[in-house]
Design a protein around this ligand. Structure first.
Ligand SMILES: Cc1cc2nc3c(=O)[nH]c(=O)nc-3n(C[C@H](O)[C@H](O)[C@H](O)COP(=O)(O)O)c2cc1C
Length: 420
């Protein structure tokens, strides 16, 4: 037998293309990408990416709750193609996925928001840009034609917040996310153990020494522009100091007044965990809420978002759009959230791992993984479009009693919705 025939029989793979592409090509899940990301980041950046608040109970609860969901597929059912497109805030998007706002993503890859915005543009999905972005909003807007949403932390001096919102508006951002779960900064102990003083990054010696194990990251870190926060003031050290003043606990419903003077596009509350708060947002005329516990990074011991989602969806009765994040790592997680009534799912770490592993190509790869898994889950469930995803397709391993109890005020209807 000729060697070429033997190779064909054995299905030996061709020699790899460029290094980064080869590594990504062997990443079949977000967890695979996460492993590459962790190997590329120095200690401090790794801790910033993965850490949860205090005992990390909520961090782990997010995953544990998603893992409790079981699909009940409708089979046999003819599914020749699957349509994942949907409409969020009046805009049609090809996937029910949004990239979450992240502070200081240039810590994970020197291109930071530029790379993420291009990847979002390639997939045609919205990208939420943080108040603590490390690239000016004008420059981010130049990288993508996809919808951009601006996430706002409202801090003491409202003039800075007003200026930031005006800049986002002029740059064409189409929605404003008001984060309501961060009025004081959480304690993230794994970050503290590395000595990292975030969000005002001042790298301690320990991080520098450990950095020797990650020369590519270190080289790029020093060879590119210094990390600063150019959307909350001039791009200098003063903007870093401002961050410490930001978390002053002074945001209230009254702030909506001045925000509406400078922002006439959709507004969503990010960090909603209670049905009554979502109802209040609807009554205040807001366009949406994002059910979020900040990926387990703020108040510890709050429920998993997937557990409170159905109660919130029921309470608002379609008066505003409900989105969700925290812990989503699989297309099947996204399918479950949509079946429970979410319009779309925001993914934080599930795109940051890609950013850290390979910049724009890594973020694209993560979006592809989630999209492929979502399509496959839908097809295997016998579902042809996101509209067909509903609660009949799911059950909870414990029958749903925990879900109803954990939804909080306004959740009376939930018990009924979960009687399968
Ligand atoms: C490193 C990191 C930084 C974050 N920075 C912000 C931020 O600046 N503003 C914000 O509203 N949320 C921020 N978040 C929370 C995300 O927007 C999102 O709610 C969370 O990551 C979702 O959980 P997941 O990472 O499990 O997907 C951050 C999350 C991470 C992991």
């Amino acid at each position: 037998m000729k060697l070429s025939e033997a190779v064909r029989l054995l299905r030996v793979k061709r020699p790899p293309a460029p290094y980064g592409a080869r590594t990504l090509a062997r990443c079949y899940s977000i967890d695979d990408v996460a492993r590459v990301a962790r190997s590329r980041l120095p200690l401090g950046a790794r801790a910033y990416l993965d850490t949860g608040a205090e005992g990390e109970y909520t961090l782990h609860r997010n995953r544990a709750a998603l893992d409790m969901i079981e699909f009940l597929p409708e089979q046999p059912r003819r599914v020749t193609s699957v349509d994942t497109s949907t409409t969020v805030l009046g805009q049609q998007i090809p996937l029910p996925i949004v990239l979450s706002p992240i502070g200081a993503p240039r810590f994970f890859h020197h291109e930071g928001e530029r790379a993420v915005a291009r990847a979002a543009g390639h997939a045609g999905i919205p990208y939420g840009v943080s108040t603590l972005a490390t690239v000016p909003v004008e420059e981010i807007a130049a990288q993508t034609n996809s919808p951009l949403w601006f996430q706002l932390y409202v801090w003491g001096d409202r003039r800075d917040a007003r200026r930031a919102v005006e800049r986002a508006r002029q740059s064409g951002f189409s929605a404003l996310l008001l984060s309501v779960d961060t009025n004081v900064r959480a304690s993230r102990e794994r970050e503290k153990h590395t000595g990292l003083d975030l969000p005002a990054p001042e790298l301690p010696l320990l991080t520098f020494f450990e950095g020797a194990l990650h020369p590519t990251w270190v080289w790029h870190f020093f060879a590119s522009e210094e990390i600063s926060f150019p959307n909350i003031g001039p791009p200098d050290h003063r903007s870093r100091n401002k961050i410490k003043e930001m978390f002053d606990g002074s945001m209230s419903w009254q702030d909506l007044g001045w925000i509406r003077e400078v922002w006439d596009r959709p507004i969503l509350l990010k960090g909603v965990m209670r049905p009554d708060e979502a109802v209040r947002a609807a009554e205040a005329g807001l366009d949406g809420v994002i059910v979020s516990n900040h990926g387990g990074r703020q108040l510890d011991h709050v429920p998993a978002t997937i557990d409170v989602l159905p109660g919130i969806v029921d309470a608002v009765e379609g008066r505003l759009e409900v989105l969700v994040d925290s812990g989503f790592r699989r297309g099947s997680d996204i399918a479950a959230a949509l079946a429970l009534g979410a319009k779309a799912v925001l993914v934080g770490r599930a795109h940051l791992y890609g950013l850290a592993a390979a910049g724009e190509a890594g973020v694209r790869h993560c979006i592809d993984i989630l999209a492929t898994e979502l399509r496959r889950t839908m097809a295997l469930c016998g579902v042809r479009s996101v509209k067909e995803l509903d609660r009949n397709l799911l059950r909870w391993r414990d029958g749903g009693a925990r879900s109803a109890a954990s939804a909080g005020p306004g959740a009376e209807r939930m018990a009924v919705s979960f009687e399968h």
